[in-house]
Design a protein around this ligand. Structure first.
Ligand code: SAM
Ligand code: SF4
Length: 330
């Protein structure tokens, strides 16, 4: 699949549920209203949709959410999608998770063919972790990391950079992650969904600043390492580990975008930062054959926009798009 700007679309992210067992302050409001269950696609329907994308040339599938591992029976979806790995049609099946259920599922994920997992962890301080996630337990996530590593999964830690909250911990996060052989990626907070007046402005920390602070204590060498995502990676000479920066605000990376995002209701967003979307649930249910669905996918890819335009400053404190990150999946 090639979009109007000549970009090959080979990566699909699927939010399998908008629900979550955490309520991270930058991601959700405390009193989130979730989708009625009746609107959510069944796991079989999600599998069929993913299959249609794999047939069209998607090589990398990432399940996300909400929290993908809280969806009931989600392992049956992983198992179904794992068959595309076995056939060679799919190169990578992976997930982004808050880690709370990893202790339970790590072994099975590895057996299905998952090789890498992104675990979101913004702080190493249990009290701060509880405050940030509102409901999370750091110990439980740590047990998840142990189980994932025992199962042989390669872990990348994602941390959203939050001014005055975890910016004093970056050095510690680097030492911790690299000490355990895990990559660390810092992410700029994006203005998605209403989370309370001026909260974004308070949270936002440009990673250009974070990088110069980190460079006072560590030697960062440029690398050309890529995982197919937007992160720019550096090698930290002192630890030998990798540190990535995802900078949707300070450095736009849309020219190399290779992905589209599917929600659990079958809505396809061609860009994380734009409103335009295509309904695939109707075409999916219209016929048992995939012809109508294929046409809808082709039409959607032809509308993929050039890029996002996220801004957070004093004049732009509100969301760029009304939906929360948990709807489209990070
Ligand atoms: N629940 C899983 C998790 O937390 O990893 C998967 C879904 S979560 C929406 C995916 C990623 O998006 C997480 O790394 C999270 O920290 C990040 N995220 C959520 N809201 C964000 C925002 N407003 N700006 C930047 N990243 C955000
Ligand atoms: Fe849940 Fe992930 Fe959003 Fe946190 S970032 S509330 S864990 S979906």
């Amino acid at each position: 699949m090639i979009d109007p700007f000549g970009r090959h679309i080979s990566y699909l992210r699927v939010s399998v549920t908008d629900r979550c067992d955490f309520r991270c302050v930058y991601c959700m409001a405390e009193d989130m209203t979730f989708l009625p269950k009746a609107e959510v696609l069944s796991l079989e329907e999600l599998e069929r949709l993913c299959g249609a994308f794999v047939r069209r040339g998607v090589k990398k599938l990432r399940l996300t959410g909400g929290e993908p591992l809280v969806r009931k029976n989600v392992m049956s979806l992983f198992r179904g999608l794992g068959r595309h790995l076995d056939s060679g049609a799919l190169e990578e099946l992976t997930l982004t998770t808050n880690g709370s259920q990893l202790a339970k599922y790590a072994k099975e994920l590895a057996a299905i063919g998952v090789r890498r997992v992104n675990v979101s962890m913004d702080t190493l301080d249990p009290a701060k972790f509880r405050e940030l996630t509102r409901w999370g337990d750091l110990d439980q996530v740590m047990r998840g990391l142990d189980a994932a590593q025992q199962a042989g999964l390669h872990i990348k830690i994602n941390a959203v950079a939050l001014r005055g909250v975890n910016d004093m911990e970056f050095d510690e996060l680097i030492r911790f992650s690299h000490g355990r052989g895990m990559d660390l990626v810092l992410i700029e907070v994006m203005p998605m969904g209403e989370i309370g007046a001026d909260a974004r402005l308070d949270q936002y920390l440009p990673l250009s600043l974070a990088r110069s602070e980190i460079a006072k204590h560590f030697t960062l060498s440029e690398t050309d390492y890529h995982t197919g995502g937007p992160a720019r990676y550096f090698k930290v000479e002192e630890t030998g580990g990798r540190l990535g920066f995802i900078t949707p605000l300070t450095h736009n990376f849309c020219e190399s975008c290779n992905r589209v995002r599917l929600t659990c209701t079958g809505t396809l967003y061609m860009c994380l930062g734009q409103e335009d979307a295509a309904d695939l649930r109707g075409p999916l249910r219209a016929s048992e054959s995939d012809d109508i669905l294929d046409q809808a996918i082709t039409a959607a890819i032809a509308r993929k926009p050039k890029g996002h335009d996220f801004i957070i400053d004093r004049r732009h404190t509100g969301p760029a798009v009304p939906r929360h990150m948990s709807v489209t999946g990070g």
